[in-house]
Write a protein that binds this ligand. Structure first.
Ligand code: UDP
Ligand code: MG
Length: 339
């Protein structure tokens, strides 16, 4: 079975077209499910999705209890997808469904993670393209991850890659990096990224920056070493300056004027210390979030038809994925208990 996981946040004008194009592409497949994750939409998205679910038992609607953000919404979708291959894509048709057969072909050729590489990004601002360009290169410089440049979350995961991803329960998630981290056999498929079909991007500059920070702090300890480096540099500067001061004292008649140099030294050392404290704070804040170990998201309702005996729907679920499966549960990773 193929699962397509789509996080949805206020996409009412796109959903019907998205469904139509997905069905067109997936019709040749024997068995598939479309897992829409409603990430606390405030428009008509939920109603439209439930109507699709009523019409088509292959549509699964997972309603989160509020807006948790794109990365957590797609995590919820992967947690609840039952397929042997799982395709993750955006709801806004920026990731064209027509690329899915190419992803599936690589999967059938034996690859576990098949990621889309954006050959061209149409309809996005120079600012967004510029920051994205810089970010992927910075990530490559700062982390040992070997993150492929210009990839988004549009990708296919084999069952074992998805199971591996499900075991990673970190709170601050950069899913494309985590999907790289799991390893196995990975392949790329290039595609043209389309403009949004309707509506506006919900990724504000602030959210983009937050995602970039999450990515860097989750995968790199280089910022921590920056403190050592800055400390060493200021120590070096201090020694040099002290030597120069002694030399001037011994050779010149005039006394050294001290006001400017004192103020500069104080400000420099103070700001270096504050920057380093801030960096340490970023890591401590993340440790704090991990220690609290809250569930990553909470599920409100699940609308899933058991296709085999076409009855149950919708099922109410607290926060435990796959409660629809009867029988005693085997020992499961923490994820499956906490959502
Ligand atoms: N999305 C979501 N929760 C959010 C924000 C966005 O599930 O809080 C979904 C959104 O519906 C879309 C995808 O994540 O399917 C990507 O969002 P968007 O198109 O706004 O981001 P961009 O493509 O501009 O980076
Ligand atoms: Mg988009």
């Amino acid at each position: 079975m193929i699962s397509v996981v789509v996080p949805v946040f206020n996409e009412q004008d796109t959903l019907s077209e998205l469904y139509r194009r997905l069905i067109e592409v997936l019709e040749p497949e024997e068995d598939f499910e479309l897992v829409f994750v409603d990430d606390g939409s405030t428009d008509r998205s939920r109603g439209i999705l439930l109507a699709l679910h009523e019409r088509d038992p292959r549509v699964v609607v997972l309603g989160l209890s509020r807006n948790f953000g794109h990365q957590l919404a797609l995590t919820a979708g992967v947690d609840h997808a039952h397929g042997d291959a799982i395709v993750i894509m955006d709801a806004d048709l920026q990731d064209p469904p027509e690329v899915i057969p190419a992803l599936l072909a690589q999967w059938r050729a034996g690859f576990d993670v098949v990621y889309g590489v954006r050959e061209q990004r149409r309809g996005e601002s120079v600012f967004k393209r510029g920051t994205a360009w810089a970010f992927y290169r910075l990530m490559r410089a700062l982390t040992p991850l070997d993150l492929p440049v210009d990839t988004g979350d549009f990708r296919l995961l084999s069952r074992r890659a998805a199971d591996a991803l499900v075991r990673l329960r970190e709170q601050h998630r950069f899913v494309r990096g985590m999907a790289r981290w799991v390893g196995f056999r990975q392949a790329a498929v290039t595609y043209q990224r389309d403009p949004r079909f309707a509506g506006r991007s919900t990724y504000s500059t602030g959210r983009m920056a937050a995602l970039a920070f999450d990515a860097i702090f989750a995968f790199s300890k280089v910022p921590l070493r920056l403190a050592t480096l800055l400390g060493a540099l200021t120590a070096l500067a201090c020694v040099g300056y002290a030597g120069w001061a002694v030399w001037v004292k011994l050779t010149a008649d005039q006394p050294l004027l001290g006001w400017a140099s004192t103020i500069v030294a104080i400000l420099l050392v103070g700001s270096v210390q504050l920057v380093c404290l801030g960096i340490i704070g970023e890591y401590i804040g993340r440790i704090h979030d991990e220690v609290r170990a809250r569930p990553l998201y909470l599920v409100g309702d699940v609308a899933r038809k058991d296709v085999k005996n076409l009855e149950t729907s919708p099922i109410r679920e607290a926060s435990t994925p796959r409660t629809e499966e009867p029988g005693p549960a085997p020992a499961r990773p923490r994820s499956e208990q906490g959502g």
